[in-house]
Design a protein around this ligand. Structure first.
Ligand SMILES: *[C@@H]1O[C@H](CO)[C@@H](O)[C@H](O)[C@H]1NC(C)=O
Ligand SMILES: *[C@@H]1O[C@H](CO)[C@@H](O)[C@H](O)[C@H]1NC(C)=O
Length: 217
């Protein structure tokens, strides 16, 4: 009896863990996304599995650097289920991130994924911040070959303090991790969040908020 209760407890705990771990588990070998389907489901609708080919599981081009000639000096090439239809329902994705010297992948969160990042060229300073009330910063310098983890949902960033470009490859635990860049969401929303609300939230004058908003027009 006691053994059964323990077993039930373990089963319950593991099913809850499964439910919270990330994308739902697949219930078939694969579900290659039907890019033309107009169905709205959690993920993308499957195409007929008999019509799937190796090309549905393939992507080429991660050897090419993204253009970092923008204001933050970084570029993310995301390979998710939208780029590889065969990734649909499989719960993972990949990104190449290029950083110019002094380039920043600005503070952002992935609402649906943990990220594990490997530096393949150059060096980075990376960090993430825990949730309220502690808001503790975890910070680390990384060199080529170093690996760092950003837990699901937490705000994180990577900065290339070096004098040469840097490159990282990141794996993410969702076919569609989502990205919320803090500055863009807060100061660049469309329509904008009321200046008075932001002035109160950040404890500054409305003029400061207007300046910040102007950067994200
Ligand atoms: C989607 O539609 C386009 C245009 O009709 C067609 O060329 C393409 O083969 C379709 N793709 C799939 C996966 O059915
Ligand atoms: C990232 O690089 C690609 C390829 O060079 C380019 O098309 C894209 O506009 C760049 N994105 C940003 C935000 O700079």
């Amino acid at each position: 009896m006691e053994f059964r209760a323990v077993l039930l407890g373990i089963l319950l705990a593991s099913s809850i863990a499964g439910a919270l771990a990330g994308d739902p588990s697949p219930v078939q070998d694969f579900c290659v996304a039907d890019v033309n389907s107009s169905l709205f489901v959690n993920g993308l609708a499957c195409k007929n599995p008999k019509l799937a080919t190796a090309m549905d599981f393939f992507f080429s081009g991660l050897d090419k650097a993204g253009d970092t000639g923008n204001r933050v000096g970084s570029n993310v090439t995301l390979v998710n289920a939208a780029r590889i239809p065969g990734l649909n329902t499989l719960g993972i994705s990949l990104a190449r991130i290029d950083y110019a010297a002094g380039g920043l992948n600005p503070p952002h969160t992935h609402p649906r994924a943990t990220e594990i990042l490997t530096v393949v060229e150059g060096s980075l300073v990376v960090g993430f911040v825990t949730s309220n009330p502690e808001n503790r910063l975890f910070l680390k310098s990384l060199n080529r070959g170093d690996v760092f983890v950003f837990p699901v949902g937490l705000v994180h960033f990577q900065f290339n303090y070096g004098k040469t470009p840097a490159v990282a490859i990141a794996a993410l635990s969702s076919q569609n991790p989502g990205v919320i860049t803090v500055a863009n969401a807060v100061f660049g929303s469309k329509p904008g969040i009321d200046d008075g609300v932001l002035a109160k939230a950040f404890q500054v004058d409305q003029g400061v908020i207007e300046d910040l908003k102007a950067q994200f027009k």
